[in-house]
Design a protein around this ligand. Structure first.
Ligand code: IVH
Length: 699
């Protein structure tokens, strides 16, 4: 016993440590903090100050000691007292049914299950991190090791000690020896943040959260590990020895020995995890689940599969474990995996394959996207042969080269992407990607402006690729909505030279369509009819259909409402365009430049010649102030209340003195009082002066 023990300072230190560790678990494990960051920092500071004043009180288990020890040149090795095994895998229902049948037959044969009884399982998520064994002696974390080959792993104690989700000291009566097995992982959001920070500092980026977790844990400098957002969940145990006596509170020396079910405090896997949780260890209580028979297992698999995209971390399957420990003992092991447990895998979201080539695609606005041509690979449930590489910088950042073995990811319905290269497998003749100088479709120069990440083909509508996509966009549902004009058809019309501009579409006759790929008389008639219907589009739709950069559906409609006619828009200068709400200099400049090009003005003339006549945008009811009641309260920054009232009335609105259910808007300035409270209670929209100006401007 040190001389400090039992003193008031020692008691305060112990209390602060326990409190801080509790907050760590709430924050880092259950995402459910009960105090603010500032309060947490205050507790930490209090403990630091106390330890500074009483250095003899500092223990290795103090949360102040998590900052990371000095770097080492290599990891020592640790022989696991109980080997760390792996799991047998199941890939489909058949495998699961066979597993359940083997388990059930064995347990019934031994009389552990009645003839009609089904086996009980404990179901867990199969966390996609790395397995770790934590050794606690007398409740103190003394060693942590990676799985290694299952017999011997690496000593990563100093690094593990920096993970706040892992208690340095167990709470409550702890056994003499407790080896906890579980997974160290990184949440996806933390991984993204870490990679962004790494890229900014020009440091190595990681291909996925698992590699980031492994890389962080296998750091020779624990001070770096300390800065990495690692997490941990316990799902098992190794050696367990010297249980605290239930009566006396003393250790039960009689049970000291090999890890045997009889030395364990509980009789089921689930109850064991509850016990670990009661000692302050992180357990995935939110998703762990008991199930009966193969049907119960399949239901868990389906439920977790649906949940998978929403989980904050990656999983690669679920794990089923026979819940009863005596039953587990009876089932025993085959080779290096238990017969009582099974990993049921999800289709992998990542796979490796060869990057055969990088080609570029030209988008509607000329954006050049590098696309990976891959050796076909089955990933995320489909065969993938192409994947996006986004842009040139992304290729450099990921350091992917033609000929590399690459990791391809397809999660859910997200388009497949190349996440990185397996550097160890890089062939000597791997080639770096070079952005072509000329567009592969039209031969025009490819240009990349200094502050942009995207390179563009400068060919404009001279480029067949851009022309095709522009036409296809023009025909889309939110633009001219021409049913039946799909990608393949546009391609044929452009390639044959029959359609060069949007206007050319309107001169198509059924006769010339018949005979194109998959075009019969009927579909040709229907298409010409659909084109005909598009001759009177709302002005906003026509503007959107032109495919002007930065002009989306909403902007197009706003501009159309403001100017009323296509001629007015064509002749507007940047100032006039900028006076439309939500239109800034970028959009205004883009519209002006578009109509400054004679060939674009020609298209409008040709459209008119083909009988295309846009109709003015209907102004929807609720943006006019007519009939709407306003109440004013408080002091507005610029306008007097009289001035505001007059403007509202000039726009057709009414002004009233009191707030009621009929009030449409409360305009509130400084020192607004009871009217504001009442408006909030009634759910009336509250505006400030700027909000009112905006409303008046758009009406
Ligand atoms: S139990 C004796 N439970 O999967 C069985 N493993 O394929 C020991 N893993 O090395 C493992 N989540 O890294 C178990 N809930 C879970 C798991 C899990 C992830 C990993 C673990 C293990 C590998 C086996």
């Amino acid at each position: 016993m040190s001389k400090a023990e039992g003193t008031p300072a020692a008691e305060t230190a112990a209390r602060l440590r326990a409190e801080i560790e509790q907050h760590n678990v709430r924050y880092y494990v259950y995402d459910d903090p009960s105090i603010s960051d500032a309060e947490y920092d205050r507790l930490m500071r209090e403990l630091q100050d106390l330890e500074a004043a009483h250095p003899e009180l500092v223990t290795p288990e103090s949360p102040t000691q998590r900052v990371g020890a000095a770097p080492v040149s290599a990891f020592g090795s640790v022989r696991h007292a109980v080997p760390m095994l792996s799991l047998g895998n199941a890939f489909d229902e058949e495998d699961v049914v066979a597993f359940d049948r083997r388990v059930t037959d064995t347990l019934r044969g031994a009389g552990l299950l009645g003839p009609a009884q089904q086996a009980e399982y404990f179901c867990e998520l199969k966390l996609d991190g790395l397995a770790i064994s934590l050794r606690y002696e007398d409740g103190r974390l003394v060693q942590a090791a990676t799985r290694g080959d299952g017999q011997t792993g690496e000593d990563v104690t100093s690094n593990i000690r920096t993970i706040k989700a892992i208690p340095l000291q167990l709470s409550g009566p702890a056994p003499k020896v407790l080896e906890v097995r579980g997974e160290v992982l990184m949440n996806r959001a933390d991984f993204e943040k870490l990679n962004a920070a790494q890229a900014k500092r020009d440091e190595k980026v990681f291909v996925n959260p698992r590699n980031a977790a492994a890389g962080s844990l296998r750091q020779l400098d624990p001070r770096i590990t300390a800065k990495r957002p690692l997490r941990f969940f316990a799902y098992g145990w190794g050696e367990v020895r010297g249980l605290p006596g239930t009566q006396s509170g003393l250790f039960d020396e009689a049970s000291a020995g090999a890890a045997d079910a009889s030395t364990l405090p509980e009789k089921s896997h689930g109850a064991m995890l509850d016990w670990l949780a009661s000692l302050g260890l992180p357990v995935n209580v939110k998703h762990n689940h008991r199930a009966t028979g193969a049907e119960g297992l399949m239901a868990f698999y389906a439920k977790v599969g649906a949940l998978r995209p929403e989980l904050p971390y990656d999983i690669d399957g679920v794990v089923y474990k026979v819940d009863s420990l005596p039953a587990q003992k009876l089932l025993g092991f085959v080779a290096r995996a238990p017969r009582f447990a099974l990993a049921h895998k999800f289709p992998a979201e990542e796979a490796t394959t060869t990057l055969l080539d990088i080609e570029v695609q030209v988008g509607r606005t000329g954006a050049i996207t590098p696309v990976a041509r891959l050796k076909p690979v089955f990933v995320g449930g489909v065969t993938v042969t192409n994947a996006t590489l986004h842009n040139e910088d992304e290729i450099r950042r990921k350091d992917v080269r033609i000929g590399d073995t690459v990791i391809v990811r397809r999660a859910g319905d997200v388009i497949p992407e190349v996440v990185g290269a397996v550097l160890e497998k890089r062939p000597a003749d791997a080639r770096e990607f070079v952005m072509p100088k000329a567009c592969p479709v039209c031969g025009s120069a490819i240009e990349r402006l200094e502050d942009e990440t995207i390179a563009r083909c400068t060919g404009g509508l001279f480029c067949a690729a851009q022309r095709k996509q522009t036409l296809w966009h023009a025909a889309s549902r939110k633009a001219l909505d021409i049913e039946g004009l799909g990608e393949k058809l546009v391609e044929q019309l452009v390639d044959s030279g029959r359609v060069k501009t949007l206007a050319d579409l309107f001169s198509l006759r059924p006769l010339e369509l018949v005979g194109l790929d998959r075009m019969g008389q009927k579909s040709a008639d229907n298409l010409v009819e659909a084109i005909d219907k598009a001759r009177a589009p709302a002005l906003g739709r026509l503007l959107f259909a032109l495919g002007i950069r930065h002009v989306g559906e909403t902007t197009a409609r706003d501009v159309a409402r403001h100017f009323g006619t296509i001629e007015a828009i064509m002749d507007a200068d940047e100032d006039a365009l900028s006076s439309v709400p939500d239109v800034g200099p970028v959009v205004a400049g883009s519209i002006r430049r578009f109509f400054a090009e004679q060939h674009n003005r020609d298209v409008i003339d040709q459209l008119k010649a083909q009988g295309v006549q846009p109709v003015a945008e209907a102004v929807p009811e609720d943006t006019t102030l007519a009939g709407k009641t306003f109440v004013l309260t408080g002091t507005l920054p610029n306008w007097t209340r009289e001035e505001a009232s007059m403007r509202i009335q000039a726009a057709g609105g009414k002004v009233s003195g009191s707030v009621s259910k009929k009030t449409a808007y409360l305009v509130a300035g400084e020192d607004a009082g009871s009217k504001l409270t009442k408006a909030q209670e009634l759910g009336v929209t509250v505006l400030d002066e700027d909000g009112l100006k905006e409303l008046l401007g758009s009406s």
